[in-house]
Design a protein around this ligand. Sequence first.
Ligand code: TYD
Length: 222
Amino acid sequence: MPPQPDLIGRFITLEGPDGSGKTTQADSVARRLRAAGHAVRLVREPGGTAVGERIRELLLGRRELAIAPVTDALLFNAARAQLVAEVIRPALAAGEPVLCVRFADSTLAYQGYGEGVDLDLLRRLAAISTGGLTPDLTILLDVSPEVGLRRRSRGRPSGVTRFEAERDLAFHARVRAGFLALAAAEPERWRMIDASRARAEVAAAIVALVEEALSRPSRSPR
Ligand code: TYD
């Protein structure tokens, strides 16, 4: 799909390793932004559409399935293509800001840095699934794998999803290093927050970054 010059809403993504608190933070941040008068659309990956939720179930729910990393990458991108076409582009075109929990950077971090799938190949897949759409702002909630995994296992029993059952500390350390490398390579797009801080402090820091992004003109055409 060619870049669409009429995308006017801001597109903001929230990224980070497992247990960095993205989902909880995104809910409370969206509530606070809406209370301040911003009609934010909140979506998450994988999922956010009927097809995407089916793919999510396939990716995360079926522990008996053996799925090659490159197949994972294709499935995450298939869910992403649907989310972009069905939800994100229409919202942006209507001028609505979109806050998306995980996006193309997660595939680079997990399937690329984590699993070893070629980064250029993953970038080409992302170009197809996003049609060239890139975030105006990406917020990295950074947390060490030790803290992240401890938090996650407190929230729910470990090994719930296929990934949680398969992935070890070394994998999560590669994912975190991947996110840090991606952020360092594109400092104008990324902002980093130390997610080991108290939940309320992290939420306030996210709200401040999002409000600042909403006050700036969007990077259109994308
Ligand atoms: P989820 O339960 O949504 O966890 P989280 O709150 O951490 O996002 O599970 C999503 C899992 O899918 C998580 O382990 C990260 C992984 N993932 C990838 O491996 N590649 C991707 O492209 C995406 C979007 C997620």
